[in-house]
Structures are given as structure tokens and as C-alpha cells.
Design a binder for this molecule. Structure first.
Ligand code: ATP
Ligand code: MG
Length: 251
């Protein structure tokens, strides 16, 4: 049975997509069968996996036109992908008109339960209907976080939303873990935020941190996950270690 993990943080640019793409590839390297479901109209995870954002059918057709989910899957050497592109932006509004709107993604992904070890969902930077669909489909939420001054406030908001979702829509939902991204150990603020976070949420913060690495930010322009494009930089090593820690935490 696949475990479904939503990678979410309503704050933009914190490393959700980079985490999703690299965890997907790192887990695939470990022999796991992984599906990356792109729920962000920006389609960055899709192109980061080397797939055309305009591929059709994709997430839009799956959610709105009821396309057969197997026809929406693109295969790559680093994991399978349900692609997303600009047209997905309309899905949020269109879903508002559907009665079972929060459950649309979950109902679709159920058909894939026996085909994958993990399904990773890349969420947009908001708490709109696409993110709600991801949180209802998911068993857990993995939260990438940048060690900035306002990051903790954002995490408090996010955890409030997760708790609300758990209470009203999805009792299974747990926090998978929080990963500190673009980590710069030379900055005092980084250590302060990290320590405060660990006090606030003991057990949930990964020991592995992801350092800043130019190579990770270059990788998407080559259509490859960072860990594949260049496995030797500190950022890629971070994601390979995160995959290991992620797997060790599974029961
Ligand atoms: P959005 O909220 O827009 O979806 P996001 O949370 O998915 O953004 P990313 O797209 O993963 O964030 O990262 C934002 C930017 O930071 C990108 O340009 C990415 O290449 C870069 N980046 C992410 N992680 C790292 C890192 N460890 N080192 C250097 N650059 C990074
Ligand atoms: Mg993103």
C-alpha cells in the first residue's frame, strides 16, 4: 500500500518543489517505487523531473475531466510523474463547483495504492482547494522550512490548518516531519530558528538539514533532480541523507 505524503508550506519559495523532486529521485535510487503528483499550476516539479508542463492528460484532466489516472502518468528514470501546468490554476475554481471537491484527488489516487511505495504530492504556496485536496489525499505532511525570522509564525499557521483538516476532513493525517532547507550554518539566526522549532515540535524536525547549493538550483534547467544532475554537492548529499532518515522513520 502506497503511503501518500503531501509536501506543503503555504509560504512560497521555501524548497517544497526541490524537496519533492529530490526526495522522489533519492527514494527511487533506493529501489522504491515512487509517484510524484504535481498539484501546483507553476508545474515546477513537472519540469524539474524533465517533463513538459503542457503534457496532457495531467493533473488538470485527472481532477476536472475525470481522465483515467493511468493515462495521466509519465515515466522518468527517477520516478513516475502526474504532470501539472498553467491550466491547473483553473481547477481550483472549478473544483469549488463540485460537491465532493475535497475528495477528488484522493478518490483518484486510491486506484494506484498497490502500484507505488510512496506518492509525493507537490503543493502550491497557498491553502487553496488544490492544497486541501492534497491534504485530504495524504497520510502525512512533510514540511520544508527555511530558517528565517518569520518562518515560525508560518509554521504555526500551517499546523493549525493541518489540525483543522485532520479534525474535519482526514483523520489519518499526521505530520511526517519538518526539514530545514537552504540551511546556512554561518548565520546565527539559522541556529536560533532551528532551536526554537525543535522546542516547539520535538521529534518532528529531521536531523538532516539541506545546505544551500548552487548545483541544486541549477538542476531544474537541465530537467533533472539535483541528486541525479550532481550527486556530490552538499545539497544533494543532504537530500540523499534525508531519504535515508525518511525511510528509517517508517514503521
Ligand atoms: P513555490 O512556493 O513557489 O512553489 P517552493 O517552496 O517549491 O516554491 P523551490 O522552488 O523548491 O521552493 O525553491 C525556491 C528557489 O530556491 C528555487 O529557485 C530553487 O532552485 C532554490 N533552492 C531550493 N533549495 C535550495 C538549496 N538547498 N540551495 C540553493 N537553492 C535552493
Ligand atoms: Mg514549488
Amino acid at each position: 500500500m502506497a503511503k501518500i505524503v503531501a509536501i506543503a508550506n503555504q509560504k512560497g519559495g521555501v524548497g517544497k518543489t526541490t524537496t519533492c523532486v529530490n526526495l522522489c529521485a533519492a527514494l527511487t535510487l533506493r529501489g522504491k517505487k515512487i509517484l510524484l503528483a504535481d498539484c501546483d499550476p507553476q508545474g515546477n516539479a513537472t519540469s524539474g523531473m524533465g517533463i513538459d508542463k503542457n503534457s496532457s492528460p495531467g493533473m488538470y484532466e485527472l481532477l476536472i475531466s475525470g481522465a483515467d489516472i493511468f493515462s495521466c502518468i509519465c515515466s522518468t528514470p527517477y520516478g513516475d510523474v502526474i504532470p501539472a501546468g498553467r491550466n491547473l490554476a483553473a481547477a481550483s475554481l472549478e473544483l469549488d463547483e463540485v460537491e465532493t471537491r475535497e475528495n477528488t484527488l484522493r478518490s483518484a489516487l486510491i486506484k494506484l495504492y498497490s502500484d507505488y511505495d510512496y506518492i509525493l504530492i507537490d503543493c502550491p504556496p497557498s491553502l487553496e482547494m488544490l492544497t486541501v485536496n492534497a491534504l485530504v489525499a495524504a497520510d502525512s505532511v512533510l514540511i520544508p522550512m527555511q530558517c528565517e525570522y518569520y518562518a515560525l509564525e508560518g509554521i504555526v499557521d500551517l499546523i493549525t490548518s493541518i489540525k483543522l483538516c485532520k479534525k474535519r476532513l482526514n483523520r489519518r493525517l499526521e505530520i511526517e516531519g519538518i526539514v530545514l532547507t537552504m540551511y546556512d550554518s554561518r548565520m546565527n539566526l539559522t541556529a536560533q530558528v532551528a532551536n526554537e522549532l525543535k522546542r516547539f515540535l520535538p521529534q518532528k524536525v529531521y536531523n538532516t538539514v539541506i545546505p544551500r547549493s548552487v548545483r541544486l538550483s541549477e538542476a531544474p534547467s537541465h530537467g533533472k533532480p539535483g541528486v541525479i544532475y550532481d550527486s556530490s554537492n552538499r545539497g544533494s548529499k543532504g537530500y540523499l541523507a534525508l531519504a535515508e532518515e525518511f525511510l528509517n522513520k517508517q514503521v
